[in-house]
Design a protein around this ligand. Structure first.
Ligand SMILES: [Zn+2]
Length: 285
């Protein structure tokens, strides 16, 4: 009788906890991610917000400022770095995203392009505990080009950081680089670049299958330039997890339609769950 009551209670709990904040193995809280996204839509100084939220999560935060030489002159930029300590402290995984927002007139909030990845990383800063390796959370500045993407325009933050890794020799301790960008579209389907590292792709696919989200992972017939590229260029296995099909025919990308009405918490949830599993169950490449 008692056991029966427990079973009934368990069934009722299971039904009603179907959308509870921490309803997955690794505790990713998409409600928290969504709160970050909505908040950041309203504030200009995203750097200070990210810094304060990471500190609230109990992490050491390092703001790495540098001067970027852009087609429109020098600009001050800042990457933000926080480390989640892992079981093996000798090696690390980079989990990156960009927090700068494309400057447009009229402006866009960048709910998808910039804020979706940033929000997921901020929620992961809270939920990822004791991963196999250190996880370096990298919030890049200056991903967006000022005029046109080329070797000296765009990817300012990631190029700066990859260059520092290479010059210090730390690149040899880096297991891999996972970048996330534009993961908030309501119809979430990753469009992986054709040059994606295959071992990382398999890990992503396996994590997605375990979350019953395997249909979320698709390939694009082309190459996507994003913050993973500077790391790939210095020999670090890299993957860019992005849905580069935002709105009909990607028509919301870099337009005022990129706002929180056109992204969903559920999509942040999918990405948070997949990334959590991919990192927490990471074995050798
Ligand atoms: Zn963009």
């Amino acid at each position: 009788m008692k056991l029966f009551a427990v079973i009934i209670a368990f069934i009722v709990f299971s039904i009603f906890s179907g959308c509870s904040p921490a309803d997955n193995d690794y505790g990713f809280d998409s409600f928290s991610a969504w709160k970050h996204l909505k908040k950041m839509e309203t504030i200009a100084d995203k750097c200070s917000y990210i810094d304060s939220q990471l500190k609230k999560s109990g992490l050491n935060v390092y703001k790495d400022s540098f001067v970027a030489s852009t087609p429109l002159g020098d600009r001050d930029m800042t990457n933000i770095i926080a480390v989640i300590p892992g079981k093996n402290r000798d090696r690390f995984i980079i989990l990156g995203t960009h927090y700068d927002i494309k400057e447009l007139n009229p402006p866009m909030s960048g709910a998808n392009d910039g804020l979706s990845g940033t929000s997921v990383l901020l929620a992961l800063a809270d939920s990822l505990k004791d991963p196999p390796y250190d996880v370096r959370l990298l919030f890049f500045d200056g991903e967006e080009c000022i005029v046109e993407y080329n070797d000296s325009d765009g990817l300012f933050g990631s190029r700066n950081y990859a260059d520092k890794l290479y010059r210090s020799g730390e690149n040899r301790e880096c297991v891999c680089m996972i970048n996330i960008d534009m993961v908030g579209d309501k119809d979430l389907k990753y469009t992986l670049s054709a040059d994606t590292d295959l071992k990382l792709y398999r890990k992503l696919q396996k994590a997605a299958e375990k979350e019953n989200l395997q249909k979320t992972v698709t390939f694009l017939n082309g190459i996507i330039l994003d913050d993973h590229v500077p790391f790939k260029n210095i020999g670090i296995p890299s993957i860019n997890i992005i849905d580069f099909n935002y709105g009909p025919g990607n028509s919301f990308w870099h337009t005022p339609h990129d706002n929180s009405e056109n992204v969903s918490r559920e999509s942040l949830d999918k990405t948070g769950r997949i990334i959590s599993r991919m990192i927490m169950e990471f074995d050798e490449l």
